[in-house]
Ligand binder design. Structure first.
Ligand code: CP
Ligand code: NVA
Length: 310
């Protein structure tokens, strides 16, 4: 594996084959949960979080346990990371742990940890990317539709960290991606990623949500405001502005009437905002399979980074 591929900072350094390997690995681990029960025996995962989490934290802790290893959760605020040099503290973690998972506010800090640590580092969601989410999403699409090649995913809402990782993973595996997003989070703006996407011939941007949904095999949305801002009084005005702007981009029953597309959301969902509550529970929704697949896909990712995934 190349130096950049020993980490999962972003899927931009991973090839289509790398992504397929984790997708197939996740499917196998789901079918045979005991297959790798001792593969990571004696190994430890350090999980350092600046932000809250349900899925990323639980799937990683349980996944590591199911592979025979151990996970240690570190809340940023109860460590000495806040008062020390980030690279120094990361070097220390890599003296104890065999893998490190970080959920940071800023992408640059994920890169600093990856450069300083001597062990594989996984990005558990920053302001720019959410690669572990995209891997489990592709597993879910592969399971439901039997293929990735040629599948058309339409993303509606705010172009954010999840959007960037979906674009990268989707295009590397032959999917078509359409983004209908009148707003992009400043930290997610990535000219290089978009130039590459546009050059692929399989990426489009549109404001015509009806026409886009009519062609979709998969419709996907995510929060209109990232988690750290959602209930922050300082962002109340911005939240109101976005709610007004984004109403036409809401996934709802009217928009999806007649569509056979599967419905995806990385969760946590804000019912009544980016997605109508009824659609979370709709027969076309695969949202809870996606959440479950975080576990299987996370296990496959750990095995890949350990060089143990066939
Ligand atoms: N989808 C996702 O990453 O969920 P959490 O924020 O709960 O980890
Ligand atoms: N875009 C969302 C993803 C949550 C998993 C956020 O960053 O809050």
């Amino acid at each position: 594996m190349s130096a950049t591929r020993q980490h999962l900072v972003s899927l931009r350094s991973w090839s289509g084959d790398d992504i397929h390997q984790v997708v197939e690995g996740g499917i196998r681990l789901k079918a045979e949960p005991r297959a790798f029960a001792t593969s990571l025996a004696g190994q430890s995962l350090g999980m350092l979080f600046q932000k809250t989490s349900t899925r990323t934290r639980c799937s990683s802790e349980v996944g590591m346990f199911q592979l025979g290893g151990q996970a240690v959760f570190l809340d940023w605020r109860s460590t000495n990371f806040g008062l020390a040099d980030l690279a120094d503290e990361a070097r220390v973690l890599s003296r104890y742990f065999d893998f490190i998972l970080v959920r940071f506010r800023r992408h640059a800090d994920v890169v600093t940890v990856a450069e300083a640590a001597g062990v594989p580092v996984m990005n558990g969601c920053c302001d720019r990317y959410h690669p572990l989410q995209a891997l489990c999403d592709l597993q879910t699409i592969q399971e439901r539709l039997g293929r990735l090649e040629g599948v058309h995913l339409v993303y509606l809402g705010v172009h954010n960290n999840v959007t960037n990782s979906l674009i990268t993973a989707g295009l590397r595996t032959g999917m078509h991606i359409t983004v209908a997003a009148p707003e992009i989070n400043a930290a997610a703006a990535n000219a290089e990623l978009l130039a590459e996407a546009r050059a692929s011939g399989r990426y489009q941007e549109t404001r015509d949500v009806r026409a886009a949904v009519a062609q979709a095999d998969v419709v996907y949305t995510d929060t209109w405001l990232d988690m750290q801002f959602f209930d922050d009084p300082e962002y109340a005005e911005e939240k109101t502005r976005r709610i007004e702007l984004l109403q036409p981009y809401q996934l709802n029953q009217t928009l999806l009437s007649g569509s056979r597309a599967i419905i995806m959301h990385c969760l946590p969902a804000h019912r009544g905002y980016e997605i109508e509550g009824a659609l979370v529970d709709d027969p076309r929704s695969v949202i809870f399979d996606q959440a479950e697949n975080r576990l299987h896909s996370q296990k496959a990712t750990l095995l890949k980074l350990a060089g143990l995934l066939p």
